[in-house]
Design a protein around this ligand. Structure first.
Ligand code: PMM
Length: 259
């Protein structure tokens, strides 16, 4: 899953492709690099970020979804708003990716159920402006598994059929929490639902390697992709698709040789 952020302020690529033409061109490059799915988002979720007004989020997202669908891309929309999910799916998006796991908008779960598209349920603990104050766990793996399972049950109860789960690295998580969750990916895969992992360029990679610039974290991101693929993940959400696509092919070759 390649990231197409149509935002002025995302942590690693904010402003790089904030107008629709630049965003579509970027998405096309990610497809050429091997992306199977493009994740289009119009609201930054970086820790401390404020909200984008609904009309502005729609204005950013819808033309880019249309433009990418028109060139044959399979698109997911990264939003916590039901209205944006609805508009994006109407514009051709095939998946809704919700970093709030259905808690950000009371209309989201019923909207996705009505739309009948797959839904990514990510674990977090509230909106970006407060989430890092909630990064407190006794047993991060057990608690994230339990909270994610509750979000999955709520989505199922609302009638959402196809679910993907995501532990939400960096969302109400410290670096230590991120490493613990990556060490336990097999337990998330064992939930029996497709697993998405979003480690790309995140702060815990920068802290490990002393790389303040997020764009210097792509090799580390590809290393995480190897681990995620090995653990049976369905997808990784990455900014630089090429190295991760290579990593996935390496893991597939090793799997094929050992089968
Ligand atoms: N991370 C970001 C945004 N959306 N969606 C999912 N499902 N999982 C993630 O880990 C995730 C996400 C933050 O990264 P960005 O600001 O570079 O898009």
């Amino acid at each position: 899953m390649g990231v197409v952020n149509v935002t002025p302020d995302s942590f690693s690529d904010g402003g790089d492709h904030a107008d629709p033409e630049a965003a579509v061109a970027h998405g096309r490059r990610l497809l050429a690099d091997g992306a199977d799915l493009l994740d289009v988002g119009g609201e930054s979720t970086r820790p401390g970020a404020g909200r984008v007004p609904e009309d502005e989020e729609l204005r950013r997202v819808v033309p880019v979804v249309q433009g990418l669908v028109a060139v044959g891309a399979v698109v997911s929309v990264d939003t916590v708003r039901a209205s944006v999910a609805q508009a994006a799916v109407t514009a051709g998006a095939a998946v809704v990716n919700d970093v709030s796991g259905g808690t950000g908008d009371p209309a989201m779960l019923s909207t996705v159920a009505d739309l009948g598209v797959p839904y990514v349920v990510m674990h977090g603990r509230g909106p970006s402006d407060v989430m890092q104050t909630r990064a407190v766990y006794d047993d991060v793996v057990a608690e994230v598994l339990a909270e994610l399972t509750a979000l999955v049950e709520a989505a199922r109860a609302a009638g959402v059929q196809d679910l993907v789960v995501d532990p939400g690295l960096g969302f109400a998580k410290t670096g230590a929490h991120g490493w613990a969750l990556l060490a336990a990916l097999d337990r998330f895969a064992a939930l029996g639902l497709p697993l998405l992992v979003g480690a790309s360029r995140k702060a815990f990679l920068g802290a490990l390697l002393d790389r303040p610039d997020p764009k210097d974290r792509d090799a580390a991101t590809a290393a995480v992709t190897t681990l995620a693929a090995q653990a049976g993940a369905w997808a990784v959400r990455v900014h630089d698709v090429g190295p991760s696509a290579d990593a996935v092919r390496v893991v597939a070759a090793v799997r094929g040789a050992s089968a």
